[in-house]
Design a protein around this ligand. Structure first.
Ligand code: PLP
Length: 399
């Protein structure tokens, strides 16, 4: 099929929740190809999914072998990859607790919310969760309510009760949002959709101290900033604190849908038999893929690479700040970077796409970059040059 034919099927048969323009038909490493064979540097990693790169050999092999042996068996039975993966996630987080597996970021956050409410019901009848304005936690009813952004809640009333909002990086605002019904505080160490906003050390330490003082659960949503994205396994590891619970998804199993909720020892046994469940959660296929992802990040030292490559990309983007008055600032950690622009970031993302670079927008006039951690230095340099050409086209190189 050519692009027009595929688009026609989209128009006729798919609910119009997205507005895609390009048909992607194959990928390798940090590059994807459209139906006509045009090449793009994928600096979205499929929205933070392919941290180790597209179609990476170790993942392809692990998935092929596992699907041919045992793809799924339900959680009524024990499967070895799930056991090994849970052990690995506990080890690389240093949280000393246990894991619950599901299939997406929203579901992982939903599990965290349910765990917090169950514990709160047993500890003083508390149920409120404080979340941050401009956060993003998913698209289920509970997680759009947790998400402190009106645009994704509009039209879905009545929303679940029990969420209070505070300003990110403002600990006094969080303190003001806590009541005697509060059971948990949920934060992203680096807000993704919300505009690539890293938390300050003061804020993370303040949230931790508040949770300790008031016997609250500190939940970190690591769906986007986890799995090596910031140069640490987890975004919160850039700070002096440890959360009680954190969630992962996106890059966890490199495109095989998977989410996880990881706890410390204190909250490891709140979920008892029958308290929560997922048919696909932790199935052998997804678990084998995630084990392969973790092995690649370790073997290829992609945590260090994320820091190095993020620095290289940041330098390139800073050059744009110097050259173009419409490019205002660069922020982020590791390979999670945002370029703040004066105007509509979509215009820039479209121009980049024409030039052969895929990037994302984020709230607050931000062009967001989530390149694969395996993208080579040469490719990053080439991508920066191509983006420069696109910006020259938009703003003129005389500026
Ligand atoms: C993408 C995202 C989610 C939602 O994940 P889904 O897999 O789309 O449900 C939740 N939290 C954060 C921080 C995200 O970036």
């Amino acid at each position: 099929m050519n692009t027009e034919e595929t688009k026609k099927l989209y128009d006729q048969y798919l609910m119009a929740t997205y507005k895609p323009t390009v048909v992607i038909s194959k990928a390798k490493g940090s590059r994807v190809y459209d139906a006509s064979g045009k090449q793009y540097y994928d600096m979205t990693s499929g929205i933070g999914v392919h941290n180790v790169g597209h179609c990476t050999e170790g993942v392809v092999k692990a998935v092929q072998e596992q699907v041919a042996k045992l793809g799924h068996c339900s959680n009524l039975f024990i499967n070895e990859p799930q056991a090994l993966l849970a052990k690995k996630l506990v080890e690389i987080s240093g949280l000393d607790g246990k894991v619950f597996f599901c299939n997406s970021g929203a579901e992982a956050n939903e599990a965290a919310i349910k765990l917090a409410r169950k514990w709160g019901a047993e500890n003083g009848g508390r149920y409120e969760i404080v979340t941050m304005r401009n956060s993003f936690h998913g698209r289920t009813l509970a997680t759009i309510t947790a998400t402190g952004q009106a645009w994704c809640q509009a039209g879905y009333d009545p929303l679940p009760v029990g969420f209070n909002y505070a300003d990110f990086n403002d600990i006094d605002s969080v303190k003001a949002a806590v009541s005697d019904k509060t059971v948990a505080i949920m934060v992203e160490a680096v807000q993704g959709e919300g505009g690539v906003n890293p938390a300050t050390e003061e804020f993370m330490a303040g949230v931790r101290a508040l949770c300790d003082e008031k016997n609250l659960i500190m939940i970190c949503d690591e769906v986007q900033c986890g799995m090596g994205r910031t140069g640490k396994w987890w975004g919160w590891q850039n700070y002096s604190v440890k959360p009680d619970l954190f969630t992962s998804a996106k890059s966890l199993a490199d495109g095989v849908p998977m989410g996880a909720l990881v706890s410390n020892a204190k909250f490891a046994d709140v979920f008892t038999a029958g308290a929560h469940a997922s048919t696909f959660g932790g199935n052998p296929l997804a678990s084998a893929a995630a084990l392969a992802v973790i092995k690649i990040i370790e073997d290829e030292k992609l945590l260090d690479a994320a820091v190095r490559k993020g620095e290289l990309l940041r330098e390139g983007l800073k050059g744009f700040v110097e050259k173009y008055s419409k490019i205002l600032d660069v922020r982020g950690i590791g390979c999670m970077l945002g370029m703040v622009v004066d105007g509509d970031p979509k215009e820039i993302v479209d121009a980049f796409q024409d030039m052969g670079i895929l990037a994302l927008t984020a709230h607050g006039n931000v062009v967001r970059f989530l390149p694969t951690l395996s993208m080579s230095e040469n490719h990053i340099e080439e991508a920066v040059e191509m983006m420069g050409d696109a910006l020259d086209g938009l703003y003129g190189d005389a500026e």
